[in-house]
Write a protein that binds this ligand. Structure first.
Ligand SMILES: Cc1cc2nc3c(=O)[nH]c(=O)nc-3n(C[C@H](O)[C@H](O)[C@H](O)COP(=O)(O)OP(=O)(O)OC[C@H]3O[C@@H](n4cnc5c(N)ncnc54)[C@H](O)[C@@H]3O)c2cc1C
Ligand code: FES
Length: 274
């Protein structure tokens, strides 16, 4: 069992939760993820790692379906969850590129920014972070943003209520035109990542994206997270989850992510009705 040591709202939808998991802290590198189980009969859900400190792992979680909602509603500091498996997947490839942009528009990617910012800075990069939220009231508290870890930090909101008005892709287009950006690390909503891949192809910039696919075992055994990649097949859990955006078949990724929407909706409705 893994004890919960911290829990805090990030906005109306997203929350921070911290659990004791020293085995993960010892081996984790940015880009790797964990799979948690809330109870022994619960589903296995993959989560990015936002913070690692003194044997504790912090995650940013969106209340999206049954399990993420149940964890928020029924578990508090001092309670324990059943499993935290990991670290799983590969560390994201990092190098000294010069100027690098980190971009995120959803919970998992905001989490990934923190570790990436630290490591890319250590390697000598100038790191620019862009974090997109729907509106001002969804922007995370300062301590959970990449703000203090990077050279330049931008908030964008879709409605323009805070920071730059628009999506990270809009601001990134401007940066690519004015600055010598050599690499982009982006995660978030899959349709945005598809657009990002299209907007940057042939521009001489390396683009790594977090390809979130539905996972079961998380070790390459079940085939659930398969991604059509570079003309072949890859598995997000075993070969990713970070991939070169220009080599991913995004239409296939989008199709596969929607496979269980109907049963997921039913599971949440059933849980809420209980
Ligand atoms: C590598 C990776 C990192 C992730 N990091 C985060 C994170 O930091 N924060 C966060 O909130 N979410 C993250 N996710 C997504 C998270 O796993 C799903 O939101 C979660 O499984 C939802 O479970 P649920 O029961 O609440 O919702 P459900 O209703 O079961 O699912 C809602 C949606 O979540 C996705 N999903 C559901 N089950 C899985 C599964 N087993 N594997 C992958 N995706 C699934 C699908 O898009 C689905 O439509 C990550 C996924 C992957 C693959
Ligand atoms: S989750 Fe089973 S192969 Fe990736």
């Amino acid at each position: 069992m893994y004890k919960i040591t911290g829990k805090e709202d990030l906005n109306d939808q997203d929350y921070y939760i911290e659990v004791e998991a020293p085995h993960v802290v010892r081996h984790w590198r940015p880009g790797q993820f964990v799979i948690i189980m809330v109870s022994d009969r619960g589903e296995r859900i993959p989560m990015s790692v936002a913070t690692v400190e003194d044997g504790r792992v912090g995650m940013f979680i969106k209340k999206l379906g049954k399990t993420s909602t149940q964890l928020y509603r029924e578990y508090n500091v001092g309670d324990s969850i059943y499993a935290v498996a990991g670290p799983l997947g590969n560390p994201v490839p990092l190098a000294n590129y010069g100027t690098v942009v980190l971009a995120s528009d959803a919970v998992c990617a905001h989490a990934e920014q923190l570790g990436l910012a630290v490591e890319l800075s250590k390697l000598g990069n100038k790191v620019i972070s862009i974090q997109t939220f729907k509106s001002e009231n969804e922007v995370y508290p300062d301590k959970y943003l990449a703000k203090k870890l990077v050279d330049e930090h931008y908030i964008t909101t879709l409605d323009g209520s805070a920071g730059f008005k628009g999506h990270f892709i809009d601001l990134l287009r401007e940066l690519l035109a004015r600055r010598d950006v050599k690499a982009v690390y982006a995660g978030g909503a899959l349709p945005s990542l598809k657009k990002l891949a299209e907007a940057t192809v042939g521009k001489g910039v390396r683009v790594y994206t977090l390809v979130r696919q539905i996972m079961v075992d998380g070790t390459g055994m079940c085939g659930s997270c398969r991604v059509r990649y570079n003309g072949g097949i890859a598995y997000a859990c075993r070969d990713g989850p970070w991939f070169d955006a220009h080599l991913v078949d995004w239409d296939d990724v989008l199709r596969r992510d929607a496979r269980f929407k109907r049963v997921e909706k039913l599971a949440l409705e059933k849980y809420l009705a209980r």
